[in-house]
Design a protein around this ligand. Structure first.
Ligand code: HEC
Ligand code: HEC
Ligand code: HEC
Ligand code: HEC
Ligand code: HEC
Ligand code: HEC
Length: 340
């Protein structure tokens, strides 16, 4: 369905912008060729539509979804990092007692109402009016056992009222209203990935994104995961580091500018690099697989199925290019945007 629209919507200006940022060296992709070859690219913005300038859609909330999906999705959802990325203090008693026990934080600890981050890095939040958080400058690092092992900038705790709205909300909260940068729910609701779900899907599952019938929609899937997992992009319309009113199903690249050449930057950690490479292969180079879902089971929070795939360039972001796949290149995930 998208192919016919492709030529019509191909915007010359956009294409030029991309041509100037993309390195056309196949050699740089590590395919073993030393000769510079032209990498064919397509216009990532050519298919579909977006919600820039449109109202934020009404959506069915996770509580409603989980009423029916309590047995299939409910049990794992409570432990999913997407659900846990922002937690109220009632749901994070371990972290709450840790900050209370920290002498330097005795005065400020009672103000902390929410925790941001789940697996390794934790930030501290409090409500700042409707749909807004203030964020504390200091951060904590968890060790493998989940205990906080290191504090950064502990000395002078202070609240920033603007940062969360300007730099974090789009990827750590749900349905951010672009006009005032308020979120409709903290943490990530089903809406973030499944979009505005039609309740008639109970009779026809092809009406809901990411159903078994719709897992081959590689462009849609890539856009919807990339809305948060590309941490080096910016919205053209707002200038913010997260997308403007993205609704799952949209084409991310119509408004979100990404420098794909960073996928060849060995300085980028393998966590972010394999994402960028995968998105570039699909959105810019026109591949149709693998998608994020070929390797990741989001609700099971597992990547075990990735082991079955044929060995291609993306494997060497994490494994040695040759030899047994048991050997991993160690990597640490950092992000300037997420401040860790
Ligand atoms: C609205 C933003 C958002 C969207 C959309 C999103 N993610 Fe995430 N994802 C996050 C954040 C934030 C974290 C880290 C949560 C934390 O630890 O605090 C995360 C963590 C992860 C992790 C690591 C944790 C784990 O479960 O193993 C994987 C893998 C992942 N996401 C894959 C995906 C895939 C695949 C998609 C698309 C189907 C997707 N994400 C869509 C924001 C998002
Ligand atoms: C473009 C989307 C995006 C924006 C904007 C963003 N984040 Fe993130 N953040 C993510 C994703 C995706 C992950 C998970 C990455 C991974 O695990 O590889 C993440 C992970 C984190 C984590 C680590 C979770 C863990 O325990 O591993 C913290 C803490 C965090 N972000 C804080 C912030 C803060 C603070 C801001 C604003 C200053 C911010 N983020 C802005 C997408 C974003
Ligand atoms: C971070 C993205 C993301 C979020 C948030 C999310 N899902 Fe999903 N969901 C997926 C993906 C991707 C699949 C496809 C299978 C998989 O990877 O687990 C899926 C599959 C499903 C399925 C089909 C499961 C099956 O048996 O095939 C249901 C039902 C579902 N999700 C419900 C929910 C509900 C309810 C919520 C909110 C409580 C939710 N999802 C939140 C990404 C997400
Ligand atoms: C009134 C009950 C009900 C509500 C509310 C509901 N669902 Fe469903 N959902 C179903 C039924 C019934 C099916 C079809 C049977 C099945 O596969 O579970 C289904 C199927 C699905 C599927 C496809 C599963 C597959 O096998 O491919 C997804 C994804 C999904 N729902 C997500 C959601 C999300 C996200 C929400 C909230 C926005 C939601 N559902 C709300 C009852 C509900
Ligand atoms: C070829 C398989 C493959 C593809 C395609 C793939 N991933 Fe991954 N990804 C992995 C594996 C394997 C890991 C490591 C999991 C682990 O550490 O247990 C991983 C790790 C991650 C992490 C966690 C990084 C960290 O440690 O903080 C995130 C987030 C992630 N992937 C998101 C994505 C997204 C989003 C896409 C699609 C754009 C994607 N991945 C595509 C295989 C893949
Ligand atoms: C983002 C990093 C990442 C990427 C990309 C990645 N892997 Fe892995 N791989 C891992 C990690 C981490 C493990 C160990 C834990 C696990 O299996 O999830 C692993 C384990 C494996 C194993 C099991 C090795 C053993 O015997 O213990 C195989 C096989 C494998 N990967 C194959 C692949 C193939 C094939 C690709 C490319 C299609 C690939 N991997 C891409 C991170 C990655």
């Amino acid at each position: 369905m998208q192919k016919s629209k492709l030529s019509k919507q191909l915007s010359a200006a956009l294409l030029l912008a991309f041509l100037s940022t993309v390195p056309f060296l196949l050699a740089a992709r590590g395919e073993g060729s030393t000769q510079a070859e032209t990498q064919k690219t397509i216009d990532p913005a050519a298919w579909g539509s977006n919600h820039v300038g449109k109202p934020t859609p009404e959506y069915v909330t996770g509580d409603e979804c989980l009423f029916c999906h309590r047995n299939d999705i409910g049990p794992t959802w409570q432990k999913n990092p997407h659900a846990l990325t922002v937690r109220s203090r009632e749901n994070a008693l371990d972290l709450q007692s840790t900050i209370k026990a920290q002498p330097t934080l005795r005065a400020i600890a009672p103000q902390v109402e929410f925790f941001l981050g789940s697996r390794r890095h934790i930030r501290f939040l409090k409500q700042e009016g409707y749909g807004r958080f203030a964020i504390l400058n200091l951060r904590a690092e968890r060790g493998s056992a989940g205990k906080i092992e290191k504090w950064i900038d502990l000395e002078k705790p202070s609240w920033d009222k603007e940062k969360f709205a300007n730099r974090c909300a789009g990827c750590h909260a749900t349905a951010v209203d672009p006009a005032n940068k308020t979120f409709s729910a903290f943490s990530l609701d089903c809406y973030s990935c499944h979009g505005a779900v039609d309740l008639d899907h109970t009779k026809d599952t092809s009406l809901v994104l990411l159903s078994k019938k719709r897992r081959r929609e590689y462009q849609v899937i890539t856009s919807l995961c990339a809305q948060c997992h590309i941490r080096i992009g910016a919205s053209r319309s707002t200038g913010l580091p997260y997308p403007n009113n993205f609704v799952a199903g949209d084409n991310l690249f119509q408004d979100f500018a990404v420098d794909f050449s960073k996928a060849d930057d060995a300085g980028l950690n393998a966590g972010d690099r394999h994402v960028l490479r995968n998105v570039r292969d699909l959105a810019l180079y026109g591949a149709d697989s693998p998608t994020c879902l070929s390797c990741h089971d989001v609700h099971a929070a597992s990547s075990l199925k990735h082991r079955r795939l044929p060995r291609t360039r993306i494997c060497s972001d994490c494994h040695e290019a040759e030899g047994p796949l048991k050997t991993l290149k160690p990597f640490t995930v950092h992000s300037k945007l997420c401040e860790y």
